[in-house]
Design a protein around this ligand. Structure first.
Ligand SMILES: [Zn+2]
Ligand SMILES: [Zn+2]
Length: 481
């Protein structure tokens, strides 16, 4: 019996030993990363799962992986990209992403991960590769970090291209350990190398506002850095005390005028027993406003005192609308983009109610956000493919009842902007119609009027779009009358 147990234990130990060997066999492969302008960052284990091919090298056959397969698995963000092979000795090569047919990656004990490009000049072959970087060739502000000021889009930096930009190598202290020996202390400090790009190396500025994918915002001075992390770009403050992950934009010399001031201005007036009419013109950007003024499309609104105000990231309806009625950035109110409806904080409608006053919201055919009051919805009764005339008619009726706070959401400018572009004739004609609505509404309203938008619009190949940190999307008119 005892003998049997000993044999079992022996077999078990051999099993553990063999298992360990097999495990070690896998991890002796140096780690390699595929990163940059990709939807999925890959590591060694992803490559090992790919189909193997046999390639002939120095008359011996070797197992290899197709670079094309690796790149495909990483899902490049753009169609046009370059592939950069970075060796751990500092030598790298770059080839175009559309010429990968005869490029293979294989592993050998002496050269570690190595790329061989059978069609390219020999210096394209790199040994001891640590990173394969996908870098977009087209930089069109739709991916990466956009640097803008209030007037123009200045620069777009994608993660793949940040990898290639000169970076400051900084040793970041991670910790300290002490060992006592024979009455003496021996200290060791541990460091990790971080590659950082000082923002002031890209652009001169004194003050800027950073926005990230989670709707967070932070004002920064001129001492911060950009740091690449896989397929995102982080902001790191001087001294590494603060970090903002996955930043989308840097707004140089930003304005403190925000469309979310609608919340504070409305509250201020209502508290002082003034009535407020808030007119929300969806997708009416400041650039469109300027164009409409100089081309005579808005004879009424152009007589009003208008400020340039900034929206939030992401400049889409739900996030812009939520910021307007809560006075808070998306990170705080919980509405980051189109897929969010629930609010984490009170809205102006709750505040108006708290003051014992009546608030009304008039919408199109859907309730966009989960507000405490039910919006009065409308449908296209006369079938003229816009609900804005119905919203206007209902508003004129409601005005007669003299509510304390009336908010109207017109969607027609955004609809035509998407279909035909931000300053197309069709979009401008729609803006003109809304100018007429605004004129009559203001005439009939006894109290304050606030007019603003959730976001702007920029023209794309077919029609228009919004949702990025760029001047046309981020800045909107803000009018108090
Ligand atoms: Zn919108
Ligand atoms: Zn839109």
């Amino acid at each position: 019996m005892k003998k049997k147990i000993i044999i079992y234990i022996f077999i078990l130990l051999i099993g553990v030993f063999l298992g360990k060997l097999a495990f070690n066999d896998k991890i002796y492969l140096e780690d390699i990363k595929i990163l940059g302008d990709v939807r999925k960052v890959l590591s060694t284990k992803d490559i090992l799962n790919l189909k193997e091919y046999k390639i002939k090298l120095d008359s011996t056959k070797k197992k290899a992986y197709k670079i094309k397969d690796i790149v495909k698995l990483s899902k490049p963000v753009k169609k046009d990209f370059n592939v950069l092979f970075v060796g751990s000795d500092g030598i790298s090569s770059e080839i175009s992403g559309d010429k990968l047919n005869a490029s293979f990656l294989y592993y050998s004990k002496e050269n570690k991960w190595e790329v061989i490009n059978f069609n390219h000049p020999i210096n394209g072959n790199i040994k001891k590769i640590k990173d394969i970087v996908i870098a977009s060739q087209t930089k069109d502000y739709s991916h990466g970090v956009n640097i803008i000021n209030q007037e123009k889009n200045i620069k777009n930096i994608t993660p793949g291209n940040l990898y290639k930009m000169s970076k400051k190598s900084v040793l970041y202290k991670q910790g300290e350990t002490t060992k006592e020996k024979e009455d003496l202390s021996y200290n060791v400090s541990q460091f990790r190398e971080r590659k950082l790009l000082p923002i002031k190396d890209i652009i001169e500025y004194k003050r800027a506002l950073i926005m990230n994918s989670k709707g967070n915002e932070k004002y920064i001075n001129s001492s911060g850095y950009l740091e690449l992390k896989g397929n995102t770009i982080n902001y790191v403050s001087k001294g590494f005390k603060e970090k903002i992950k996955d930043i989308k934009g840097i707004i140089i010399n930003p304005t403190s005028n925000r469309n979310m001031n609608l919340y504070y201005d409305t509250y201020h007036y209502i508290k002082n027993d003034e009535k407020v009419l808030a007119i929300f013109l969806d997708g009416f950007g400041y650039k469109q406003y300027e164009y409409a003024v100089s081309n005579g499309y808005i004879p009424f609104m152009s007589t009003l005192n208008t400020k340039k105000a900034m929206s939030v990231y992401k400049p889409v309806t739900n996030a812009g609308f939520a910021a307007m009625i809560t006075g808070k950035i998306p990170k705080e109110n919980g509405v980051l983009n189109r897929s969010y409806r629930e609010l984490n904080v009170d809205t102006i409608f709750d505040k108006v109610d708290e003051l014992g006053k009546e608030g009304i919201l008039i919408e199109g055919d859907i309730k966009i956000l989960d507000t405490s009051i039910e919006p009065k919805l409308n449908i296209d009764l006369n079938n003229n493919s816009t609900i804005d005339d119905e919203i206007y008619n209902l508003a004129m009726k409601e005005i007669k009842k003299n509510p304390d706070f009336l908010m109207l959401h017109f969607h027609g400018i955004d609809d035509l902007g998407h279909k035909t572009g931000h300053i197309s004739k069709e979009t401008m004609e729609s803006i003109k119609i809304h100018d007429g609505y605004v004129k009559n509404l203001v005439k009939n309203w006894e109290g304050k009027v606030i007019i603003t938008a959730d976001h702007g619009m920029h023209t794309v190949k077919e029609g228009g779009d919004h949702g990025q940190v760029r001047v046309k999307d981020m800045f909107v008119p803000y009018i108090i009358n």
